[in-house]
Design a binder for this molecule. Structure first.
Ligand code: XMP
Length: 525
């Protein structure tokens, strides 16, 4: 195991992902975790991440006391990145001080001494790297040597081979360090002697075994399927392990996209052979939403309604089975787990509530079900790969995210008035199909239509119209936290506008949302 100790850098997850991409299993935990929790994981390699602090700050996060002795005794290789390097220097008796020249952005470094970190690179070879630091190393601890310097002369890489301690002042994990991946590869395979062998097939086997060992032979398990990738892959995995003792519910809340219920149910039944009960709760949701216009109120109503329905499903199941289901499957991913316990001072604290996200994961606490979260160590792309090897259709795995509250957040104001939802569904379907036909679906993070509750004047077939407008929203993003609008081809937009006005009755105007996030959010409510 390669263990990453997180000191709050915005790139820490990237280190974990880069290492997994080299087929080596890596885990990331809080950098200030106890020595016991570090030792329990039995890491053969530890990477200390970067972070926003100065090692001199009063609240500077640090590994636990006894850490340096632990790695020495257990022959663990350690690589410090940026702040991690400075921690090693300081704790081993060297000196770090506020740099005279701060180094941010793309820099060149030169190899000063042949070192395994740089593979075959010779002394005097240059490479471009991404730096982001204010402090610098001015005195090396005993036994350490500089192996690379920046063009400005500051320490860029160092080593103490005897003690198996290494440090990089720059960020090898970001793509702006083009040779960074090679350096991580050299460090793991050549210096630490790690063997690559971690594959999604192994994860599948391991997870199946854990589920089989956890769930007793008479236990039943329930799962709320949203039709999204995470809950579907989690349910497919659990179904493989325990068969039809898994009971899934898919709720049609009347806020789904065009033919979504039919399409999703077909995938569940035909491709995945998952036992899914489809609950039609359209009336229940829409009657509760009637006349409600405040976005947060809409979200809360939908979230609560969902809980009531799932609760009723669990009770029905209990009556049918003669016993309570013991477990609940959730599609929690690794980033959710790390984000929920940020290292102190990392700035990654719980932020202001911009929107109350509703997820099928957020189920009532008083259900007293034990949780099965088989994806909680995986990133999204790894979940897709796991889904793929279990036979989940790739087209399904690549679907754009769809929010828990569904189309309700794409109809500003009262969703139930007139045929707003129908108009939106038709326009959205035309938009998405056009994107698929143009071969750009996979380049877009999320695309959808939004119903504009404004009536404007138009002219169609010599007739005056007084109809609604549709806004098109398409964004590129890495994680949904920030986003940019997608630059469509003008001809594509022109054709689309004509088609939507011609084919969707009640629409006479098409708008394009050209706002990034921030200042806007991706969804309109
Ligand atoms: P926003 O609108 O907050 O959206 O910029 C960011 C991403 O989150 C999705 N989203 C949700 N997903 N439950 C979800 O599961 C929700 O309540 C929810 N609200 C927004 C949104 O579609 C985008 O991908």
């Amino acid at each position: 195991l390669v263990l990453i100790l997180d000191f709050g850098s915005q790139y820490t997850h990237l280190i974990t992902r880069r290492i997994r991409a080299l087929n080596v299993f890596s885990l990331c935990i809080n950098g200030t975790s106890s020595l016991k929790s570090i030792a329990n994981l039995k890491p053969s390699v530890i990477i200390l991440s970067g972070g926003p602090h100065s090692v001199h700050a009063l609240d500077a996060p640090c590994f636990p006391s006894g850490f340096m002795e632990y790695v020495e005794t257990n022959k663990v290789h350690v690589l410090g990145i940026c702040y991690g390097l400075q921690l090693i220097v300081q704790k081993m008796g060297g000196v770090v001080r506020v740099g005279e020249k701060q180094e941010y952005g793309r820099m060149e470094i030169v190899v000063e001494k042949a070192c395994g970190l740089f593979g075959n690179r010779k002394v005097g070879d240059w490479q471009s790297v991404w730096m982001s630091h204010g402090d610098e190393t001015v005195n090396l601890p005993e036994g350490f040597e500089v192996v690379a310097r920046s063009k400005q002369g500051s320490v860029a890489a160092l080593e103490n081979r005897e003690k198996r301690l290494y440090g990089l002042q720059y960020h090898p994990e970001v793509t702006h360090s083009p040779e960074g991946m090679e350096t991580l590869r050299c460090f793991l395979f050549d210096i630490c002697g790690v063997t690559a062998g971690w594959k999604m097939e192994d994860v599948l086997e391991e997870e199946l075994k854990i589920i089989k060992d956890t769930v007793g032979p008479d236990d039943h398990v329930i799962c709320a399927l949203s039709g999204g990738v995470d809950s579907t892959v989690a349910a497919t995995l659990v179904h493989k392990a325990i068969g039809d003792r898994l009971h899934c519910a898919f709720v049609d809340n009347g806020l789904l996209r065009f033919k979504e219920r039919e399409r999703v149910m077909e995938t569940f039944e035909k491709d995945l052979h998952l036992p899914v009960t489809c609950i039609d709760a359209t009336e229940q949701f829409l009657s509760k939403l009637k006349g409600v216009t405040e976005p947060e109120k809409k979200r809360k109503i939908i979230g609560n309604e969902f809980i009531c329905i799932f609760d009723a499903y669990a009770h029905d199941l209990e009556k049918k089975l003669g016993k309570k289901p013991a477990y609940l499957v959730q599609g929690t991913l690794y980033p959710d787990v790390i984000e929920s316990c940020p290292p102190p001072g990392s700035g990654r604290t719980h932020s202001h509530t911009i929107k109350s996200h509703h997820n099928v994961g957020g189920l009532p606490k008083d259900m007293k079900l034990k949780l099965i979260e088989p994806l909680k160590l995986l990133f999204k792309d790894e979940v897709r790969e796991l889904g793929r090897i279990m036979g989940v259709p790739v087209s399904f795995l690549k679907r754009h995210p769809f929010p828990g509250p569904g189309l309700a957040v794409r109809v500003p104001g009262d969703v139930t008035e007139g045929n707003r939802l129908d108009i939106l569904r038709k326009a959205d379907e035309i938009f998405i199909q056009a994107i698929k036909d143009a071969g750009i679906y996979d380049s877009i993070w999320q695309a959808f239509a939004v119903f504009m509750p404004v009536l404007t004047v138009g002219v169609q077939g010599d007739q005056r119209t007084h109809s609604y407008a549709i806004a098109l929203r398409a964004v590129t993003s890495q994680d949904g936290m920030t986003a940019d609008w997608y630059y469509f081809d003008y001809k594509f937009l022109a054709d689309l506008s004509t088609r939507i006005c011609n084919e969707v009755q009640g629409v006479n105007r098409v708008l394009l949302d050209i706002t990034s996030k921030p200042p806007a959010t991706i969804e309109w409510e």
